[in-house]
Design a binder for this molecule. Structure first.
Ligand code: WT7
Length: 656
């Protein structure tokens, strides 16, 4: 294999349990009450997938019906052509008729403060803030950055934008000022909605200060709106540009009719990492995204009126968009939102919250599950988790060992587990079991959902029937990304050029069992998955070479028992710079400052040279082997083979 062809990830991690036959049919009392407990949806979708999506769409309210379900000119699609709707109408107004006083959001702040918003209140707050945005001159099509802690106002800010047709671009609150300004600049945001700060592991993180730094490096921002999380905090405000959220909404009207959006009008942009240094602005539109998040939430999380649904993601990621805000609200769910860390003040905070709110449906990431395993079985055992009836996993492959632990210690052997595979680009879950129907197998995400067609292909588009290959989605779906903001060519090149323009290439390796369950093995491109977060190796490399002491760098992932992957950076320094421990630490901090703490390398290996092919390409596969401590493969194309030996020695040193 050449060093440039995608390198299938190893599936060794799953060897621990796969040789045993473990399968978990839905518990009978779960199946008896489940929204779906038979194969009827699959049958309907197989017969006519456009009709399937038409039926799903018909469950939502539309201001005007669509004329055509799908217009597909590969790789570009339009769904529900000509239809008019507003996602906030389906999230809010619709429920005012049936259950205005039902809980929409239950909030627990990290310090322990609590709030509750009914659907009526959430509707009113959204309308008030939407009117406030209007009063600042924000209108349909304007881009608005949202850089917020996990408080209800983050959701309200998103909804208020959607209400008036402004396009939100949520930036995870853990990203740095540079990451924020890059994203603001790429889509020329007119305003940024932020907060004085938010609580994380007992500290108040000053988001507004970071926002101020970011905004200095932008030219499009006219307004900075600041939600006040802690009135005792002295927050810097720039007069003329900055506005307090509470002052803006104080006199705003609760009446704000939803903007009639075309199904294909942009709902939001969400940036995600790719294989270059520049993040991609994933574009999602209104109609298809509404329909798919609505229907997947309904079927996969099996929601009922009395469920308390908790997804532990942050609204800064796609999981927060689709499965904290839009999917659950369209379903009229009772949503729990928690601001802080899982280990504050103690390692059992999540289980304390489950017990306190009687959470019934719980959706989290394997990296968190592995941390809980490490923290000990006694922590969940201390709490009454009997309210739980369904568990979910997302963000990275869940190793069977973690699956079994989750099943036993959290689900108490009575909750189905849905392992949901999807991406920022897919907008909604694509592969998952249906909890009342599918027999779950640890390590397997399950079959493609009704209406979704996935398979495994080799490089030449042949179906792979045994062993691993490349995951492919072979038919369009309503919530697929429509393009990359300002860069349609990159959209075509990244996702639809691997085989032919009608097949979507997600960038994951996978294999399949005889029943059509997919086991997703991980990325096949230069993208890492660290604790369920996607980080481009090139982004980290650019951050490193931005430091004056660094000449060159190459970043790879290494398996990590908690994070899934850890970041290892090989660095060459300029001139006579001393390769000291101080510099090593400084570089790690530098990357965190440039991108955000999630991108801080676990290990930096100084080296005199990087292994390159004769044509000058860095041999990443070799670096991965070194980082993993594996035997070194073929180095015949290496320009200077002695580099490898010294790299291995350096790596061993820096680990020790
Ligand atoms: C990548 C997408 C979409 C949710 C959060 C991450 C990996 C996601 C699974 C899963 C195995 C998974 C893939 C995918 N991934 N869920 N259940 N099993 N891998 O979103 O940042 O867009 O990353 O996360 O590698 O391509 P994202």
């Amino acid at each position: 294999m050449s060093d440039t062809s995608p390198d299938l990830p190893t599936d060794q991690v799953f060897d621990d349990l796969l040789h045993e036959d473990r399968s978990f049919p839905p518990p009978p009392d779960f199946a008896a009450k489940a929204n779906i407990s038979d194969a009827s949806l699959y049958e309907a979708a197989n017969e006519d997938y456009l009709q399937y999506w038409t039926d799903q769409a018909a469950e939502l309210d539309w201001f005007e019906p669509w004329e055509e379900t799908l217009e597909w000119t590969p790789p570009h699609c339009k769904w529900f052509v000509g239809g008019k709707l507003n996602i906030t109408h389906n999230c809010l107004d619709r429920h005012l008729e049936t259950k205005p006083d039902a809980t929409a959001i239950l909030f627990e702040g990290e310090p322990g403060d609590q709030r509750k918003l009914t659907y009526r209140e959430l509707h009113a707050e959204t309308c008030k803030f939407a009117n406030a945005l209007k009063s600042l001159g924000i209108t349909k099509g304007d881009r608005i950055a949202i850089y917020m802690p996990m408080v209800p106002e983050a959701a309200i800010a998103m909804l208020a934008c959607a209400r008036i047709g402004a396009i939100h671009s949520v930036v995870f609150g853990g990203f740095s000022a540079d990451s924020l300004s890059d994203r603001i600049n790429d889509s020329e945001c007119k305003a940024v909605i932020t907060a004085d700060g938010g609580w994380r592991r007992g500290k108040f993180l000053p988001l507004k200060e970071t926002t101020d730094t970011a905004v200095q490096a932008t030219s499009s921002i006219e307004h900075v709106i600041v939600y006040q999380r802690d009135p005792s905090f002295d927050c810097p405000m720039t007069s003329g540009r900055d506005h307090w959220y509470h002052e803006l909404v104080a006199n705003a009207s609760e009446d704000c009719p939803p903007e009639e959006m075309d199904a294909e009008d942009v709902l939001f942009i969400l940036y995600t990492s790719g294989t270059t240094g520049k993040p991609k602005g994933i574009v999602h539109t209104t109609g298809g995204y509404s329909v798919t998040t609505y229907s997947t939430t309904k079927y996969i999380f099996d929601l009922k009126d009395d469920d308390i649904y908790w997804c532990t993601a942050d609204v800064g990621w796609i999981t927060g968009h689709s499965y904290i805000v839009y999917g659950p609200l369209q379903n009229g769910a009772q949503i729990l939102m928690y601001e802080g860390a899982p280990n504050h003040p103690e390692n059992d905070r999540f289980w304390e919250i489950v017990e306190k709110y009687k959470v019934t449906v719980f959706y989290t990431a394997p990296t968190a599950i592995r941390a809980f395993m490490k923290w000990g079985d006694d922590l969940p055992a201390k709490h009454d988790l009997s309210s739980l009836r369904l568990l979910g996993s997302v963000g990275e492959p869940i190793n069977p060992e973690a699956w079994m632990w989750y099943n036993q210690h959290i689900g108490q052997n009575k909750c189905p587990i849905v392992d949901t595979w999807w991406q920022t680009e897919t907008g909604a879950i694509m592969i998952s079991g249906l909890p009342g129907h599918t027999t779950m197998k640890p390590g397997f995400a399950g079959p493609a959902l009704p209406g979704i067609k996935a398979t495994i292909l080799d490089e030449d588009a042949n179906e792979v029937t045994s062993g691993s290959g490349l995951l492919a989605i072979t038919q369009p779906w309503p919530s697929m990304l429509r393009t990359l903001w300002g860069d349609d060519q990159r959209y075509i090149d990244t996702y639809f050029s691997k085989w032919n323009p009608s097949i979507y290439f997600p960038g994951d390796g996978a294999k399949r069992d005889d029943e059509g369950n997919f086991m997703v093995l991980g990325r096949v491109d230069d993208v890492l998955n660290v604790s369920g977060h996607r980080i481009g190796t090139m982004e980290v490399e650019s951050a490193l070479v931005d430091h004056p002491a660094v000449a060159e760098s190459a970043v790879v992932g290494r398996a990590h028992d908690l994070k899934g992957q850890a970041i290892v950076a090989f660095v060459t320094v300029k001139g006579n710079t001393e390769m000291s421990d101080d510099l090593n630490n400084e570089l790690r901090v530098h990357v965190a400052d440039k991108i955000g703490a999630i991108a801080r390398p676990d290990q930096i290996v100084f080296t005199a040279d990087l292994p390159k092919t004769r044509s000058g390409k860095i041999m990443r596969r070799l670096l991965r082997d070194i980082a993993e401590g594996r035997a070194i493969g073929d180095t015949t194309t290496l320009a200077d083979a002695s580099v490898v030996a010294s790299l291995q020695a350096q790596h061993a040193d820096s680990e020790g």
